[in-house]
Design a protein around this ligand. Structure first.
Ligand code: ADP
Length: 321
């Protein structure tokens, strides 16, 4: 048997996962590995379901969103015997290294699996939430930011025409990285994120001040994790003269062709991941740190909470006056 690398995409899909699959496959092959792509996240390891990936079979996917390996939230992997079964599948297929492409939940799964196997387990951070510790950016984040910015630019046209306030809900159940960057890039008057609870009184005050300055339209970007945005719309409506509308961007933010930046990050992360497997390193993740592709301890990445720069909320406020 030759040397073998496995790939799994897990958790929420992110644009650029296919670019990462392609790059692991092609660089892996160039370094003498055969590559197996496990299907449907951790479920592929529980059921030993995979497809053989070759440089040719991953052709034409760099520009496709989603993941050709599919993904699944797989609670049985967390249950008793799940990671042991996953380790057995790695052993049956003589896997030297497994590249786990996903978010922080997938990294916790990868860490649990790494405790059951001698194979190199390497994490590649890919999520539109950008909430993985140890990397300045995750694969897919830039694409989701650009998708949301494009949608909000359109919403602002109608907001200005009708002199309305729009609340735009973007994804982010637990963290506000996406909402913060989208808010900054669209000139949002208010940005609401789970890490910084803002009172209704504060929001109404900002909108009132804007109105007095002659700014009668406004955009409030809210992460889904702040609570009910429809309730928020009703509450703001009751406190202001302007009409308030709600627009939930939803799943469109998860799909679409990855931006050049998401493709580049996916490709460079994948190259580093294969490199770490070649060196026999285990329990690592890759990440972007100050513009450099770096290796990160998998346990650190899986267990720590990525800090968010709340000063940017102040910057956004000044930029939208
Ligand atoms: P994401 O990677 O996008 O954050 P999830 O939070 O859904 O996505 O996690 C992805 C997968 O990792 C899920 O199938 C989940 O069951 C699995 N997982 C998370 N934590 C563990 C763990 N401690 N042990 C085993 N599997 C885990």
């Amino acid at each position: 048997m030759g040397k073998t690398i496995g790939i799994v995409t897990s958790g929420g899909d992110a644009p650029g996962m296919n670019a990462a699959i392609r790059a692991v496959t092609r660089i892996g092959h160039a370094k003498g590995y055969q590559v197996l792509g496990f299907m449907r996240g951790w479920d592929g390891l529980l059921t030993n379901t995979y497809k053989r990936l070759t440089p040719r079979s991953v052709g034409g996917i760099i520009q496709q969103g989603g993941t050709i390996l599919h993904t699944l939230r797989c609670p049985s992997f967390e249950q008793e015997g799940g990671t042991e079964k996953g380790a057995e599948t790695l052993s049956i297929n003589d896997i030297d290294g497994l590249v786990v492409i996903g978010g922080d939940g997938s990294f916790r799964g990868a860490l649990a699996l790494s405790q059951q196997t001698d194979a190199s387990i390497i994490g590649v951070p890919a999520t539109i939430d950008n909430d993985v510790y140890g990397t300045d950016e995750t694969v897919g984040f830039d694409t989701a930011v650009n998708t949301a910015v494009g949608a909000i630019d359109k919403i602002r046209d109608t907001a200005i025409s009708h002199e309305r306030i729009f609340i735009v809900e973007v994804m982010g159940r637990k963290r506000g990285f996406l909402a913060l960057e989208v808010g900054l890039c669209t000139g949002a008057e208010v940005i609401l994120i789970p890490e910084n609870i803002c009172t209704l009184h504060d929001v109404a005050r900002i909108m009132d001040e804007n109105s007095k300055k002659g700014k009668r339209a406004g955009i409030i970007v809210a992460a889904e994790g702040i609570g009910s945005t429809s309730q928020l719309a009703a509450d703001i409506q009751s406190q202001t003269e302007s009409e308030v509308r709600l627009s939930i961007l939803g799943y469109a933010q998860r799909g679409g062709s990855p931006t050049a930046r998401s493709r580049l990050l996916a490709s460079l992360f994948a190259e580093k991941a294969v490199d770490l497997i070649c060196q026999g390193m285990s329990n690592k993740a890759v990440g972007l740190q100050n513009g450099t592709i770096a290796e990160v301890d998998l346990e650190m990445a899986a267990k720590n909470k990525k800090p968010i720069d709340l000063r940017l909320l102040k910057t956004a406020e000044m930029l939208s006056t």
